[in-house]
Design a protein around this ligand. Structure first.
Ligand code: PHE
Length: 444
């Protein structure tokens, strides 16, 4: 079977950065940082991105590009009888859990786009916006409707095989998003309590570093870089021999972190200026954003552009999540692409709707003390992805032939091999040990 490949360098970057940059940066990062005390969280998060995230990403790249297979197929090919395959099945499970609650939040974005269009945000005060959001998410059908609409859009893109088109479009749209975020940053930094917001985000209070902060920060690093669930592995299976794995991993991590930092610099000055609570959780940015738009000259146009671009950023992320199970169904179960896409969308629609109702009708339905939305969010990022990360890095560091690792990281000797021993050491020891320690400390 001939397999498609990313032809151009920008295609690779667009797809992988498109996967990484999304609601994780703009919605989840501020909410997690807010819940976990700001600066204390940020410093651990950045350490996790570079010490754990980079080695795990390179592990996924190496496994994916050396086999040109989906996760399950890649493990089967490299280590036929090894139980490590379970990593790839866990990844499929995690991808569906994430897609379920992620689509709910993407649906909220669509609602906010619609409300901006209808000029429903004008002239209220901050408290009022918060209340409006709470009413909206508690509605028995509206958030569920948007979730389904979002999943249908995702389905059409995947089914018609136009994800490359979307990625090419995002080559243009992502820089625009970046530019708009800069404008919003400048705007927020001129707010009366900007300094307080920036201090909250950047000044670490080491006394506040608890196991739950560390586990939250590590989970956020995995989530935002799309790691631990064989998503980057699947994308790397479409890389060509010329793709530079090490250079790309650094580009992705740096760009992704910059977007998250900008989101923090947009949200926290506003949180303090409008007297809101940084620890509001998943609702945080939705309660804060309308106040920001309302006070900006030309706020309506800004908010429309913002939500539209965020919608595209979400779509390039959900495309990559969906691709994990679609590639698996197609290659391992010989399903047609259409059928595989329909199966993925069907399963996720059921759980997505249940997650959408978690703030209203199903608010009291709790498992392990959490609503379904919170459980999927917590269990995937903080448990499944890190566990996947341990296995992927151990596998790349120990199980894969040393020569293959070297070939992959240096493009068969065409690139410098200076960093290879360090990368291998990080894959074998640093990343798995660090993840393990955080998991044990956080979960006990
Ligand atoms: N990294 C994406 C974001 O930050 C979310 C994602 C997670 C995408 C897992 C793919 C796989 O929005």
């Amino acid at each position: 079977m001939s397999r498609s490949q990313f032809i151009t360098k920008t295609g690779v970057i667009a797809a992988t950065v498109g996967s990484a940059v999304g609601l994780g940066n703009i919605w989840r990062f501020p909410y997690e940082a807010g819940v976990h005390g700001g600066g204390a969280f940020l410093i651990i998060y950045i350490a996790c991105v570079f010490l754990i995230g980079l080695p795990v990403m390179l592990s996924e790249f190496v496994i994916g590009r050396s086999t040109h297979r989906n996760g399950v197929g890649a493990f089967a090919m490299l280590a036929p009888r090894s139980p490590m395959k379970i990593t790839a099945y866990m990844g499929i499970l995690a991808s569906m859990m994430i897609l379920s609650f992620y689509s709910v939040v993407a649906g909220w974005i669509m609602e906010y786009f619609y409300e901006s269009l209808m000029a429903l945000f004008a002239g209220d005060d901050a408290g009022h916006y918060a209340e409006r959001f709470n009413q909206f998410v508690a509605n028995p059908w509206r958030p569920a409707m948007w979730t389904v609409i979002f999943l249908l859009v995702n389905f059409m893109v995947l089914r018609r095989g136009i994800e490359r088109g979307i990625e090419r479009a995002s080559n243009i749209l992502m820089p625009i998003l970046f530019a708009i975020l800069l404008v919003f940053c400048a705007n927020s930094l001129m707010m009366p309590k900007a300094a307080q917001g920036a201090t909250f985000l950047f000044k670490p209070d080491f006394g506040q570093i608890t196991p739950s902060v560390v586990i939250g920060a590590m989970g956020q690093a995995f989530f935002t870089l799309s790691l631990g669930l064989t998503g980057m592995l699947t994308y790397a299976s479409y890389f060509s021999d010329g793709t530079r794995l090490v250079g790309n991993s650094v580009t992705i991590a740096v760009l992704d972190t910059l977007v998250a930092l900008m989101a923090g610099l947009i949200i926290f000055p506003a949180v303090f200026t409008y007297g809101m609570q940084p620890e509001a959780g998943p609702k945080l940015v939705f309660e804060v954003l309308p106040s920001i738009f309302a006070q900006m000259p030309g706020g309506k146009a800004w908010s429309l552009a913002f939500f539209l671009l965020l919608f595209f950023a979400s779509l390039t992320s959900t495309i990559s999540m969906s691709e994990i199970s679609i590639a698996f169904f197609v290659e391992e179960h010989k399903m047609s692409r259409n059928k595989a896409t329909a199966l993925n969308t069907g399963i996720v629609t059921v759980f997505g709707v249940l997650c959408a109702l978690s703030f209203g009708v199903l608010a009291d339905f709790k498992l392990f003390g959490m609503t379904l939305f919170n459980l999927f969010d917590y269990a995937s990022s903080n448990i499944l992805l890190p566990c996947g990360g341990i296995m992927l890095s151990l596998f790349a560091g120990w199980a894969i032939d040393r020569k293959i690792l070297w070939q992959q990281l240096t493009n068969d000797g065409r690139l410098s091999a200076r960093l290879v021993p360090y990368i291998r050491f990080a894959m074998r020891f640093i990343a798995p040990a660090a993840i393990f320690i955080v998991l044990v400390a956080g979960l006990l």
